[in-house]
Design a protein around this ligand. Structure first.
Ligand SMILES: [Zn+2]
Length: 324
């Protein structure tokens, strides 16, 4: 009888342990799934694209951003020769749907890929929301004739039925996208006509992952006139990361970068531009890249350069990590 009782107790303990183990495994798997579905913060990929020597060796600007719940945001998209890689990411990350696409300004190193994807009948992407701020076609023809062909193409392509919702942005506009808040800091201004006009028309905006309080500011190819406007509200410029204006040379003034005080700098540059090398060696060209790089070094910011290839950073409450 005693032996029988021991046997029953043993069986009960075994069953209880088994149930607890199963419960633990189920719960653990569930947590992993939840974790994968919803990772805090923001993932920012700077595309190498045509900046890479073998893929063009020419400047372009393109970013792919993923929100906490994997909404897909694109900034610019790069040149027409970058369209294939951009399309690949859109298919891979979100089955062809771009939830939000932002254009800084209508020059071919920023909107070439977008024009190509919108005009290509074989491309089946959908853009749910497209954000931009342009001057009129007449303005571009008069004041930015050099790039008028591209400006005409992108303005015409806006009527594509691949775009569901077009948003002409206004200054100080706030756009909420999952855990990301985007604030429009500067829009195109038709009154600026005595500077690098098309580049000065760049829209400037800051995206903040509000769950982790990390932000990245996009300066497009903004120049000195844009700098004056941006410095009217320097407190709005502070950001953890910055897309270096005009590919990291001769863009906004040093004061703008001082107001941003970034930890991370993204240079959308090919190697020759990053090194100001016109073909005869380091710092022999007419570009201001080395000077700008010195500013960022003084600010102890870490730089990432597009010619080295695609790079993805994940910003979390703890800081940031490179995830490729
Ligand atoms: Zn550019």
């Amino acid at each position: 009888m005693k032996k029988e009782k021991k046997k029953i107790i043993f069986i009960i303990i075994t069953i209880v342990l088994l149930i607890l183990t199963i419960f633990y495994i189920i719960r653990h798997n569930y947590n992993i799934k939840e974790y994968e579905k919803s990772i805090e913060g923001i993932k920012v990929t700077m595309l190498g694209g045509s900046n890479i020597k073998e893929k063009g060796n020419i400047n372009s600007c393109s970013y792919i951003i993923r929100t906490r719940n994997n909404q897909l945001i694109i900034v610019d998209g790069g040149r027409d020769i970058d369209s294939e890689i951009v399309q690949k990411y859109i298919m891979e990350y979100n089955n062809g749907v771009v939830n939000h696409w932002y254009i800084t300004h209508p020059h071919d190193d920023h909107v070439g890929a977008l024009i190509k994807l919108l005009n290509d009948e074989n491309s089946n992407i959908i853009i749910e929301n497209l954000y931009y701020s342009f001057n009129t076609l007449e303005w571009y023809e008069k004041y930015d004739a050099r790039d008028f062909e591209t400006e005409k193409k992108i303005i015409n392509a806006l009527s594509s039925n691949k775009i569901k919702n077009k948003i002409e942005c206004t200054k100080n506009q706030i756009i909420q996208m999952d855990n990301i808040k985007c604030e429009i800091l500067k829009i195109a201004n038709p009154e600026i006509i005595n500077s690098d006009n098309g580049n000065e028309s760049s829209m400037v905006f800051k995206m903040t992952a509000t769950d982790v309080n990390k932000s990245i500011i996009f300066l497009g190819d903004a120049f000195t006139q844009a700098s004056i406007e941006l410095l009217k509200t320097p407190e709005k410029l502070k950001a953890d990361a910055v897309q270096m204006a005009h590919h990291g040379q001769n863009g906004v003034t040093k004061e703008v970068y001082e107001a941003i005080r970034p930890e991370i700098c993204f240079f959308n540059s090919p190697e020759w531009l990053y090194n100001n090398d016109s073909g005869t060696g380091y710092n022999t060209g007419p570009w201001k890249t080395i000077e700008v790089r010195e500013w960022m070094k003084e600010m102890h910011a870490q730089s990432f350069v597009a010619y080295e290839g695609d790079i993805t950073l994940r910003f979390t409450s703890e800081g940031y990590e490179v995830i490729n």
